[in-house]
Design a protein around this ligand. Structure first.
Ligand code: 5AD
Ligand code: SF4
Length: 471
């Protein structure tokens, strides 16, 4: 048994880690043939991509996937810790599974992902959720087959969580959820330690993959017919810093952009690490999509400082304007937290003012959620939940206004759309534009999913646009 510990999790030192190639334990290959699994994923794209690896590991064990947990022999929850509601959802699901397990004694239940890295969660599982058969963390996902096998063989709760990042494992099998759009991890972990955020504890220190490994994966995806690649990391702009003296995200994007891949995206960017040379690369290559996610979190310098964000409103705006100026037609999206401890009405007004200035194309807005073990958890918080909810609502009204305003500017214009699906009823298609906007459109032809077509926008809504294909 290995239990998580935050003291260890927050250590950042020069300790080196090995790069190892994953090999599936042949003794247990297909051992569970005929058994079915249900995998539920909470949280960000990182977790979604981890689940693509988890699915492949389970398939290698012989399991096949089902969409209803009532039909499953194994239920696995890939969890998220970012806010309390993600936490509560996973525990709610565990409650439902407990019920199922009382009727289905052989059901195997597992929990993994970010919540598994939290000592308090693991304590609770050991104390109150004894029916959970196994738990593993974000740093040892590759051990899933053996942990699961051991939990079944020895018929006891198996908890294997490493507090600190271990080896960087290459070559994990993957079952991708989409045939045309693929996620590619480029960097794991985060060293920023924003005071509200649990990620640096649950995902460990920043570790970049070797550029050769990333480029090889991209080449394979191109060969397999993928049209869009999203480079993933908690802070992709820190790519390479731990590995190279002079190879950054800009260089990586440039190397990928020279390949025969129509669409490249990347997320998430921390404003602190965004360099001029990266911005230039974004402006230079048409296959790097003009869409940047640039979380601001707050428009008040006082709150930004308390959040440990390492920039001011002014330096953020300077960066924002540079990106807007250099990258033609760029759409910038953001994340904003309201109700950070001590946020006053004036601080909040500054956030609203910033949104009025930036007129974001998209924004994810949240109420501050206390995460145990983070510095912000200890700050005095005298703003009531009611007040925070009201601020969120006011903020959403402003951001929504600009979503619509930006979308309206596209009316009458032509945009390129990667076709993702068709609704059979009315021969309507949907897909995303280069700026990552959802487009619903009609066509006179039979379009193939995965093709990129030109669509003329006929009308704009807040969260989507309607259009018709032009040939
Ligand atoms: N409370 C609310 N929102 C949070 N985020 C991260 N931690 C918290 C928290 N404790 C938000 C940030 C981040 C996004 C992924 O989630 O806005 O950019
Ligand atoms: Fe969390 Fe800040 Fe790291 Fe983003 S940059 S994952 S908000 S600590």
């Amino acid at each position: 048994m290995n239990l998580p510990n935050y003291q260890e999790a927050k250590t950042r030192d020069e300790r080196s880690y090995k790069r190892v190639n994953f090999e599936f334990d042949t003794k247990i290959k297909n051992k569970y043939k005929g058994k079915k699994f249900y995998l539920k994923t909470y949280g960000c794209q990182m977790n979604e991509h981890d689940s693509e690896n988890i699915e492949a590991l389970l398939c290698n064990l012989g399991f096949s996937k089902v969409d209803d947990y009532n039909d499953a022999d194994l239920v696995l929850l890939n969890t998220c810790s970012i806010r309390e509601n993600a936490h509560n959802k996973a525990f709610g699901m565990l409650g439902r599974i407990k019920h199922l397990k009382s009727e289905k004694k052989d059901l195997i239940v597992g929990l993994c992902g970010c919540m598994a890295q939290e000592a308090s969660v693991v304590d609770e599982i050991m104390r109150d959720y004894k029916f959970v058969n196994f738990v593993f963390g974000t740093h040892n996902m590759y051990q899933l087959p053996n942990i699961l096998d051991k939990a079944i063989k020895e018929n006891r709760q198996e908890i294997e969580v490493f507090s600190r990042e271990g080896d960087l494992v290459e070559g994990l099998p993957v079952v991708r959820a989409n045939k045309y759009k693929a996620y590619v991890n480029i960097i794991y972990g985060c060293n920023k330690f924003c005071t509200y955020c649990i990620v640096p504890y649950t995902r460990g220190k920043e570790r970049s993959r070797l550029k050769e490994d990333i480029l090889k994966e991209v080449d394979e995806l191109i060969q397999d017919g993928y049209k869009e690649i999203t480079l993933l990391g908690q802070n992709v702009n820190a790519y390479g810093k731990d590995l190279y003296d002079d190879y950054t995200l800009g260089n990586l994007l440039e190397d990928i952009a020279k390949k025969d891949i129509p669409r490249i995206r990347f997320m998430t960017s921390h404003p602190w690490d965004f360099t001029d040379s990266m911005i230039e690369v974004l402006g230079k290559y048409p296959n790097i999509m003009p869409s940047v996610h640039l979380p601001v979190q707050s428009g008040s310098n006082r709150i930004l400082k308390l959040m440990g964000r390492r920039y001011t409103k002014e330096s953020y705006l300077e960066l924002f304007n540079k990106i807007k100026k250099t990258v033609p037609n760029v759409a910038i999206s953001t994340d904003i937290i309201v109700g950070f401890p001590g946020e006053t009405e004036e601080d909040f007004q500054e956030t609203l003012d910033l949104v009025e200035t930036c007129k974001y194309d998209n924004a994810f807005t949240f109420i501050f959620s206390k995460r145990e073990g983070t510095p912000a958890c200890k700050l005095k918080d005298d703003v009531s939940l009611e007040e925070k909810e009201e601020r969120l609502q006011r903020l959403n009204e402003v951001v929504n206004k600009y979503f619509l305003e930006n979308n309206k500017k596209l009316e009458g214009k032509e945009v390129l759309v990667l076709v993702e699906g068709v609704s059979e009823k009315k021969k309507m298609y949907f897909g995303y534009s280069d700026t990552n906007k959802l487009i619903n459109f009609s066509s006179n032809r039979d379009l193939e999913v995965g093709s990129i077509v030109k669509v003329k926008i006929t009308s704009a809504k807040t969260w989507s646009l309607d259009g018709e294909e032009v040939e």
